[in-house]
Ligand binder design. Structure first.
Ligand SMILES: NC(=O)c1ccc[n+]([C@@H]2O[C@H](COP(=O)([O-])OP(=O)(O)OC[C@H]3O[C@@H](n4cnc5c(N)ncnc54)[C@H](OP(=O)(O)O)[C@@H]3O)[C@@H](O)[C@H]2O)c1
Length: 252
């Protein structure tokens, strides 16, 4: 296992759900964090136990003794300027970026007959173009790390199509998976290791109305612990995809 002391991770959609759980697990492991969310007030609430600094509000490294430094940033995946802005703020506050976690996402479970172009566009913008822009903005900094890490929180819906369920979401997540593997090959020689996190149903706000029994769902904290372990692995042990399911799955 490698020593991640002093390493900095950016996490999008860190104010709730899987992103909030990943932030907690990485913070406990000693990562400094740059957390992004549309609503910084909700981010402040979820990060209340950390040594935090709102972007531009002072020195992230100079606060009281509550673990590694955590900075909070406004990030809306539908804003084309947001990725560059958040990246610049992170460098200004922390001086480096060692890990990017593309977690922010939206899911509309509409079937083919219900799916509108505007709904499809929203999922494309947040689930596929958002990670694309974040990767473009951060890549040089991740290369500079020497042991950079990229995590794309995708879904089992990026691996297979489940009958007629949520075709637009599956389209956007398959696109994210294509981006993931392309960037994984591109950056491997630079010492960057990329992991796609592909869960089945996770018990978060996203799945609250899916009509699935919550007691069979994955817990976000369990998923986050698995990812935190992967992020401590050295460059010689790369996990390209982490498939976590609540039932046997056929990938087809
Ligand atoms: N839950 C599941 O079963 C499941 C399974 C497989 C994959 N996933 C994936 O896991 C990731 C996290 O999902 P979750 O279950 O934690 O869902 P969630 O509880 O609904 O949280 C979604 C997160 O994404 C953020 N987000 C949505 N639109 C955004 C935008 N335009 N710009 C920036 N942030 C935005 C949300 O911010 P706001 O608070 O501002 O809305 C929130 O932080 C997503 O990529 C999702 O597709 C989830």
């Amino acid at each position: 296992m490698r020593d991640i002391t002093g390493c900095v991770a950016m996490i999008s959609g860190a104010n709730r759900g899987i992103g909030e759980a990943i932030a907690a697990a990485l913070h406990a492991d000693g990562w400094a964090l740059s957390l992004g969310a549309r609503d910084v007030a909700s981010l402040e609430a979820s990060a209340a136990g950390y040594r935090t600094d709102v972007a531009g509000d002072g020195d992230a490294t100079g606060r009281a003794d509550r673990g590694p430094a955590v900075t909070l940033h406004r990030y809306d995946a539908t804003d084309p300027e947001a990725a560059e802005r958040w990246t610049a703020e992170t460098i200004a506050a922390h001086g480096r970026i060692d890990c990017l976690v593309n977690n922010a996402g939206v899911a509309h479970p509409d079937d083919f007959e219900e799916l509108t172009e505007s709904t499809l566009d929203e999922m494309w913008e947040v689930n596929a173009k958002g990670p694309f822009r974040m990767l473009r903005a951060t890549l040089d900094h991740l290369r500079g790390s020497g042991e950079g890490r990229i995590v794309n929180v995708i879904s089992m819906s990026g691996k297979r199509v489940r009958g007629t369920f949520a075709p637009g979401y599956a389209m956007s997540k398959h696109a994210a998976m294509a981006l993931h593997h392309s960037v994984r090959h591109l950056t491997f020689p630079d010492g960057i290791r990329c992991t796609a996190v592909c869960p089945g149903y996770v018990q978060t706000d996203m799945t609250a109305d899916f009509g699935v029994d919550p007691s069979i769902m994955i817990q976000a904290d369990d998923l986050a612990q698995a990812l935190a372990t992967i992020l401590r692995l050295p460059n010689t042990a790369s996990v390209a995809e982490l498939l976590v399911t609540t039932e046997p799955e056929t990938i087809a």
